[in-house]
Structures are given as C-alpha cells and as structure tokens.
Write a protein that binds this ligand. Structure first.
Ligand code: SF4
Length: 374
C-alpha cells in the first residue's frame, strides 16, 4: 500500500446518485443529458483468436453522466485517449452507444441517419478540433454557410433572405465586414478565422447545444482566447448549452461553469470549475493541475513525492485495470482500490463537488483517524 503523506483536506460525504450533483449544476433548463453512457469498440480478431470464445473490446467510455443546460458551459477534461472525444461523438449520435441513454429535453433519442439525424443535428451541433479538415478546401465560405442554412431550412425564401442570413452568421462570429470573407476559400483564412467559420456553420442550424471538441487546441496560442471569448459570448447571447472538450484544465477554469474530469473512459471528478481547479479532490485531477507549466513551481526545490506523483502511462482500455482505473499510477492507492470500483462521493462544502475515489469514503477516513484501528 502506498500512502501519500499529504492527506486530502476535503471532508468525506455521502455517495452521489446517478444523475445527481456534479453532472452539470444550476437550475437552468436541461437541454441534453447523457445517463450511464457507455461505448465499447469491438476489436477485430486475428487468425489466432478466430476460434476463441473471448470477445475483446476497447472500453472507450463507461457509465458517463453529463447534463448540459441552457446558457452554461460544461468542460470535459482529460488526457489524450481518455474517451472525451468519443463522448462528444456519442452525444452527436455519430456513433451508436453500447449502453446508456441520451435524452434531449427529457426524451430518449436514438438516431441512425437520414431525416431523423438531420432533425437531431439541427438542435445539437458539433465543432471539430481541426477547422481546416472540417471545411472543404475547394468550396468558398459562402458555399459552406449556404449549405448549412439550406439543410436546416434557415435560408429564407428569397436570395435576399439568404444573403442577409449569410451576413448575420459571419457578423455573429465577428468576421466583419462579411463581404470580405464570403467568397474566400478556407486556405485564404487564418486558423482562427477558419474556426470562426466552422462555428458560424454550426450556428446556421440554429442549435440549442454545441459540442466543441478541442476547438482551440490546433490554433496559435495568441488567438485561442479570442475564439473562447467568442464561444462564451454566443453562450450568453444565444443561451446555448455548450460542452467544451479539452486537455487543458486551465482553460476549463477560465471558460467553463462546470468541469468534469475523465480518466481512462470513466468520470473521476466533477463540480463547478472554480472548485475543481482550485481545490481538486481526485489524485488524477491534482496530477493534471500539477502538470500545467508553472514557473514558480519550476523555480522551487523539487519535492520528490510530488515528482513521483502519477508516473506511468494511461492504461490499456482493452483490459482496463480492475477497481479504480487510476490505481496503477496513484501514489495514494490502497488495497481496496485494486478490486473495488470507486463510487461517486460528495466532497467538501461546495454543493455538486464529487470524486470517484475511496479516499473520501467514510470508512477510509475513519480508519485514518489517530487511535482508530484499520
Ligand atoms: Fe487513488 Fe483511485 Fe484509490 Fe482514489 S480510488 S486513492 S484515485 S487508486
């Protein structure tokens, strides 16, 4: 058993029920909800496994709960391969789910294509990481936006209606004057301008929810803030529900109302962004925050315990670790972490702050009190 000398200060609390606190706080109207969302990708079998009964699969997403509300941003944070982009694609109904439920305004929705998918996409739009790949290089901005407006029946009846709608879309994403951009090709724009066009195209559907998958990670650092500010402005003006997927927990604090942390396909911590980033409870969230460059920390004498924290690689999702999936890397792992899957436990005094970690189980905390036998 390895026990970090620095025990967490957050008090233990009761377990959090599914769909309870930490999956998007607030009282605003719920637009989109994932309940127990699970996705396992079957692994293609080689000749050797052809006659074996064992069915292998990549456990990309397991038992994920997310609630997106009007006028709020939820950040989904984790390292590469943690399953966060798969969650976005499941919510966009680009992948069929293995288990769980997706509800739009409280009604379960499963669409596989055709007009049902178009109707769903009119309400839930996705913004991809690479704006250059998501725009066709042989077509102009006018073509991309016109197509979005027409598919979702927002182009009006006359050419003048269409022209006005195109100008309004570009104005909404601060590409002004619109005539400067309408007849350009994607390669004639900067990365930030291309991502603004991708956002304008998503707005052409007049959606209620935006699923933004690492929308600024491929942009120059100098223009990331502008695109995040644009999304925040749209959230407020259009009352959009936004899922913001990122590996950068610092940007989640700046941009998102609520933050959920994902590790190896499972949610490990959630709550309002200020609380999760300032007083992280789960050892993995603390690792993410400690991994962000900090000149003060670099200048200080290195603490060997801190240096040792979280060493190792993310696990294989074909045979994920038993119990807590973080236990092979966790400096605070206890014997039960290897066998028992942690439940969500309420943390501290902030409503909605939870962590899936046995450190906050009342029995564990009681056993650590002086004079109490383990
Ligand atoms: Fe570490 Fe997981 Fe155990 Fe919590 S439950 S102490 S994160 S191994």
């Amino acid at each position: 058993m390895t026990q970090d000398a620095k025990a967490p200060s957050n008090r233990p609390g009761p377990s959090v029920p599914s769909g309870g606190p930490g999956i998007g706080n607030g009282t605003a109207e719920v637009v989109l909800e994932a309940i127990g969302l699970t996705k396992h990708f079957p692994v293609r079998r080689g000749l050797r496994q052809l006659f074996s009964k064992e069915r292998t699969a990549v456990h990309a997403v397991d038992d994920v709960h997310i609630t997106l509300r009007r006028g709020r941003v939820v950040a989904l944070v984790g390292e590469s391969g943690s399953g966060k982009s798969t969650v976005a694609r499941l919510l966009a109904q680009l992948y069929p789910r293995t288990a769980g439920d997706i509800q739009l305004h409280g009604k379960t929705i499963t669409v596989k294509g055709g007009s049902a998918f178009r109707a769903y996409a009119a309400r839930v739009q996705m913004i991809f990481q690479d704006p250059f790949a998501s725009l066709n290089p042989v077509h102009t901005i006018r073509y991309h936006l016109t197509r979005a407006l027409k598919i979702h029946h927002n182009a009006g009846k006359t050419d003048e209606d269409l022209e006005n709608a195109l100008r309004e879309l570009l104005t909404r994403v601060s590409l002004t004057p619109p005539e400067r951009y309408l007849d350009k090709f994607p390669h004639e724009l900067s990365g930030g301008q291309r991502q603004r066009v991708a956002i304008a195209r998503a707005l052409g559907a007049d959606p209620e929810a935006l699923l933004a998958d690492e929308p600024v990670s491929m942009l120059d650092v100098s223009i990331r803030l502008g695109v995040l500010n644009l999304l925040r402005d749209l959230k407020e003006r259009l009352n959009l529900a936004i899922l913001y997927i990122t590996h950068d927990i610092a940007s989640a604090r700046y941009f998102a109302d609520d933050t959920l942390v994902m590790y190896a396909g499972r949610m490990v911590e959630g709550g309002d962004s200020e609380t999760v980033t300032q007083t992280p409870a789960h050892p993995y969230t603390r690792l993410l925050i400690d991994s962000a460059p900090d000149p003060d920390r670099l200048a200080a004498d290195a603490d060997p315990l801190e240096e040792d924290r979280g060493n190792g690689e993310p696990p294989s999702l074909i045979r994920p670790p038993s119990g807590c999936r973080f236990h092979p890397r966790c400096p605070m792992a206890m014997p039960r972490c290897e066998t028992d899957l942690p439940i969500r436990l309420e943390i501290g005094d902030k409503p909605g702050h939870w962590a899936a970690c046995w450190l906050y189980d009342e029995a564990t905390v009681a056993a650590q009190q002086p004079g109490v036998a383990a």
